[in-house]
Design a protein around this ligand. Structure first.
Ligand code: ATP
Length: 362
């Protein structure tokens, strides 16, 4: 059975420092929910409050509607998995998985049976008698998950569990974790600073910055409709053009920017005179012929990073305008012909440009 988790105005202070500020959120039963944010933004502190290793200084954590204040980690229906898996090297895989059951006095035969069921679930059916040091990093990861599942938690809490693995394995384990979550139907709360992990695995993502929840949404919403310049910049690459709103027409605005006047979507309704940022994803910038038309920029190439299936083409920054402009081109066979210092004219549709509050005003 899985449970919903509610954070109701949760705050955690350490002395004068507020690590988590007034976070309210409902995580649904059976949902894969990720907290995404840079180091130190308070993700682990939230997980500690859900698991019961800390109680919030203000606000409440509810699991399945029940207020968890004063209920210790062992009494909560949660299981926690860290990056450091803490498997017991002297025990076999099956003994590791069954450890929590043994602590609870479950009989040997029943333990063995449950361990075998979990080994099937994690797709290691023949690993029961292997030693931990005979396993690869990814196998250890799966065993740690099986061990956590053995005690039948209703909510799984995962704190950057893949960060010690190499890139290929990490990508493979994303799919594995997602599959295990689907098969068990449990609520997974996952913590990561890796936007790729959060976007690929989650039903919903909560983006955090400095102890606060900046935005909660499905991966595509977070990426395509970021609520702030912080979210836009943290979840993927973006080009940012600072400027001032010159005119508003319906849901669109004209912004005077360092790159000239730009047309962009203005869903947050900034008014004329507002200092804003125009954000454009690199894959929405298209090379075009001719300089006439809205949202066009002509810039020399600064450098090209060839990535195989696509290339990141960096155009020289606009004078006084900060960073190089990034355009992402898929590899259609012509990428090799992009010379450094060739001049590109790029354009983007107004619906592919988003007006966001200038930092600190949103
Ligand atoms: P990371 O990915 O680096 O673990 P995080 O987002 O998980 O970062 P937290 O570990 O939740 O961040 O820490 C948030 C802030 O709270 C940090 O500035 C940290 O130094 C501080 N902090 C965490 N635990 C304590 C504590 N027990 N006492 C004092 N400060 C703490």
């Amino acid at each position: 059975m899985s449970r919903d988790v509610t954070l109701d105005g949760v705050t955690m202070r350490f002395g004068d420092f507020t690590a988590v500020k007034n976070v309210s959120l409902e995580i649904r039963a059976g949902e894969f929910f990720s907290f995404l944010g840079p180091s130190g933004c308070g993700k682990t502190t939230i997980l500690r409050m859900v698991s019961g290793f800390m109680d919030p200084t203000a606000g409440r954590v509810l699991i399945g509607g029940q207020d968890m204040r004063g209920i210790g980690p062992n009494k909560r229906p949660t299981a926690l998995i860290f990056q450091n898996l803490a498997l017991f090297p002297m025990m076999t895989v099956a003994e590791n998985i069954a450890f929590g059951l043994e602590m609870r006095g479950v009989a040997r035969e029943a333990r063995r049976k449950r361990a075998q069921e979990l080994l099937e679930l994690i797709a290691l059916p023949d690993a029961a008698d292997k030693r931990i040091d005979e396993l690869s990093g990814g196998m250890k990861q799966r065993v740690a998950i099986a061990r956590a599942l053995a005690v039948e938690p209703q909510v799984m809490l995962l704190d950057e569990p893949l960060s010690a693995l190499d890139l290929k394995l990490r990508q493979h384990m994303r799919a594995e974790l997602r599959a295990i979550q689907r098969r068990t139907g449990l609520t997974f709360i996952y913590i990561t600073h890796d936007q790729g992990e959060a976007l690929t695995m989650s039903d919903r993502v909560g983006v955090m910055s400095r102890g606060q929840l900046e935005q909660v949404g499905a991966p595509a919403d977070i990426y395509d409709e970021p609520a702030s310049a912080f979210v836009a910049g943290f979840v993927g690459e973006n080009n940012v053009f600072p400027g001032t709103i010159a005119a508003v027409s319906g849901a669109e605005a004209r912004i005077d920017t360092v790159a000239g006047p730009l047309l962009a979507r203005n869903p947050r309704g900034f008014g004329v005179g507002a200092k804003v940022l125009v954000s454009v994803r690199p894959e929405r910038m298209k090379p075009v012929d001719g300089v006439e038309g809205p949202n066009r920029l002509s810039r020399p190439v600064d450098h090209v990073d060839f990535e195989g299936s696509f290339a990141n083409v960096f155009l020289k920054p606009i004078e006084g305008g900060g960073k190089p402009i990034l355009m992402q081109l898929s590899n259609d066979g012509c990428l090799a012909h992009i010379g450094e210092d060739s001049i590109f004219t790029v354009a983007f549709a107004p619906q592919d440009a988003l007006v966001l509050g200038a930092e600190g005003t949103d």
